[in-house]
Design a protein around this ligand. Sequence first.
Ligand SMILES: Nc1nc2c(c(=O)[nH]1)N[C@H]1C(S)=C(S)[C@@H](COP(=O)(O)OP(=O)(O)OC[C@H]3O[C@@H](n4cnc5c(=O)[nH]c(N)nc54)[C@H](O)[C@@H]3O)O[C@H]1N2
Ligand SMILES: Nc1nc2c(c(=O)[nH]1)N[C@H]1C(S)=C(S)[C@@H](COP(=O)(O)OP(=O)(O)OC[C@H]3O[C@@H](n4cnc5c(=O)[nH]c(N)nc54)[C@H](O)[C@@H]3O)O[C@H]1N2
Ligand code: SF4
Ligand SMILES: [Mo]
Length: 692
Amino acid sequence: MENPTGAMKMYKTVCMLCFQVCGINAYVKNGKLIKVEGMKEHPFSRGVVCDRGYRLPDYVDAPDRLKYPLRRNQRGGFDRITWDAALDEIAEKLQAIKDEFGAHAVALTVGSKGAEDFQISAFAQRWRGAFGTPNYFSIEAHCFRSRIMARQFTFGGYPLSDPDNSGCIILWGHNPDASEPPLAARINRRLDEGAKLIVIDPKRIPLAKKSIYLQIRPGTDAAFALAMINVIINQGLIDKEFIDKYTIGFEKLAAHVKEYTPEKAAEVCDVMPSDIYNVSRIFAAAESACIEQGICSLDQQINGFQTNRAIAILQAITGNINKPGGWCSNPFMRMPDLRLPDGYKDEMPIGCERFPLFHTFWDTVSPYGRQMELPDAILNEKPCPVKAMLVNGSNMAAAWPDSDTFGKAFKKLDLLVVMDLFMTQTAKLAHFVLPASANPERLGIAMNYGLTGGISYCLLNRKVVEAPGDCWPDWKFFAELGRRMGYGEYFPWESDEELVDCLLEPSGISRQQLEENPSGMWYGKRSYDMNKRIRTPSGKIELYSQTLADAGYDPIPRHIEGPHSRIMAPELVEEFPLIAMTGHRVPAYCGWQLRSIPQLRRLEPDPIVEIHPSTAGRYGVGNGADVIVETKDKHIRMKARYTDDLKQGVIAIVHGWEDNRNANVLTKLEPNDPVTGYPALMRNIACRIRTA
Ligand SMILES: Nc1nc2c(c(=O)[nH]1)N[C@H]1C(S)=C(S)[C@@H](COP(=O)(O)OP(=O)(O)OC[C@H]3O[C@@H](n4cnc5c(=O)[nH]c(N)nc54)[C@H](O)[C@@H]3O)O[C@H]1N2
Ligand SMILES: Nc1nc2c(c(=O)[nH]1)N[C@H]1C(S)=C(S)[C@@H](COP(=O)(O)OP(=O)(O)OC[C@H]3O[C@@H](n4cnc5c(=O)[nH]c(N)nc54)[C@H](O)[C@@H]3O)O[C@H]1N2
Ligand code: SF4
Ligand SMILES: [Mo]
């Protein structure tokens, strides 16, 4: 960091408030971050900075930032202590728990921030390897891994989308205007160049106004996709040459989808059969087509994995693989694997026994436990006791399904350590609360893996201001705790610079090169080459998956109704006739974060449930009214907002509010997607609404 005082200085760096990692120009004066603007030359964000990124200075300077380590006192409040005292006590307690109950009794968690910031997840895993616990939890078990797995099962890897070159884009359960602003800008650009857009969503999102729009019933996307496959096959719109050369199982697929006629699917999905014919023809006839699906919206459902597979199959049978404008290969930058110290033999974490493919298939191992079974381990010691938790970058007590049960479980822990920038609902339950530095206060690597939007790159996250108080980067916490516990050999780094140099080493790019090229040095070069080995067991794109069949799952996707749907639970639906979707993103906030920034709070001051005026009319709910949303066993209090854009009979609850306004009071740990174990009741829950 240079020139902390005096004249204004501009640094080219990144916003890392969310995983988009947009390029920004950060203006610093007198040691303070005072302004942020988009970095125009950045090839991905191209000068776009969203409402949240624009408020980065207010976030960094927020008066409610945690600044010092805190220890819970006898009266239930917190006392300030030093890092040394906190680390000594935490180390001692962890060792005692390990001695009495074994290393498994200590679990680690990283949330959206932890999972998306390589340095946090790598160090959390490195520490757990040194300590010896397999119990590592992450949003990967309910956010985006289902989609990754479905593509791996189909293609042997994860092809990225290529919307900038696409003739036809489907936005399927994805509203980038809220959740991925740079992608929204790119899609708008592509539409100006003449591409077609199809939107499949229960809500008419802003981009729907420029699209062929289908207002689908939530949770029926697999039926829709399978009917599209039916039309594309029956009308001879497939890419036969591509299918013959590169895929396996086409005949079985063709026989399987016969029952998914557009007429039947239209009834299931609440759309017109002609709509399904129409979009199937447009998608298949386009010179190139790519589906941009939600980052988690289609995943957090009973049939999420198979829905993702059906979408992957649509790309494959139309030959839109490794072709400009379709889905294509895109390498990741080589990084060292810091995750586990050499020689550590990993075991299966809690929650994976029932869902073994979520943990291992072929030579792919995902180290993530399933947090849906974590409360049982804490409360009932099943399948093993969990007595202590370290939580970095997650507000899991509020953010994860069934927050009441998580809250109850956390109160039973012998040790809960939460490292965050703010006093979250989870931190309030902790024995120790540790202050984390914000990205502009530390040097690091910023990776965008391109998992949506399809551009992968590496930039330098520069330190532009000093952290307040005693805030630390997360890696330093794990390194210092590790050293205290005798694992010093695994944590040789002393500074951000040393760590960045180590992370960059395999790529051959130096820190200096990144400093000199602030809009990025390393870009994944898209590959349209079909000659590379397809890394499935058959060496082909697997429309039919023998691995799934052998494990007792559907080898070809089918539609399964959600547990609360009108078909599976007619009696429940009679009493609770509305479908609650939780978790569509709003531009003001990121998860549970940013609500204390006044300028953002003004944009979205209330905990909102959206409802169509006709639906509201049926229940006597006024626009702006305080309402109770209730399920069979729980209720929350929200404010109603009318919108003609939402499907009738559906309500959309914004998540990220705490206590009795938290959507996760209503969501459930079970039932789960049969393959991935994802929680099914986050997206379509039977409920009703009334004025409070
Ligand atoms: N501003 C902001 N951006 C964020 C986040 C944030 O909290 N705030 N969170 C980040 C994170 S962690 C994630 S995972 C991503 C989430 O990103 P996404 O999952 O892509 O979420 P959205 O972009 O809101 O789009 C979800 C859309 O899916 C629709 N939908 C819901 N259920 C169904 C369904 O059953 N079928 C279909 N077809 N559509 C459905 C909703 O109406 C909504 O328009 O966003 C990331 N970006
Ligand atoms: N009902 C419902 N619930 C949902 C969803 C939904 O759609 N509906 N979406 C789910 C999804 S997709 C996700 S990914 C999860 C997100 O779940 P979480 O990740 O648990 O929730 P976030 O609010 O994103 O929490 C991120 C936390 O990290 C902190 N933080 C930010 N930067 C740093 C840092 O550098 N270091 C440390 N130590 N902390 C930092 C923030 O202050 C914040 O408290 O929510 C899930 N919850
Ligand atoms: S989308 Fe907004 S919050 Fe996310 S990195 Fe870009 S500017 Fe920051
Ligand atoms: Mo997420």
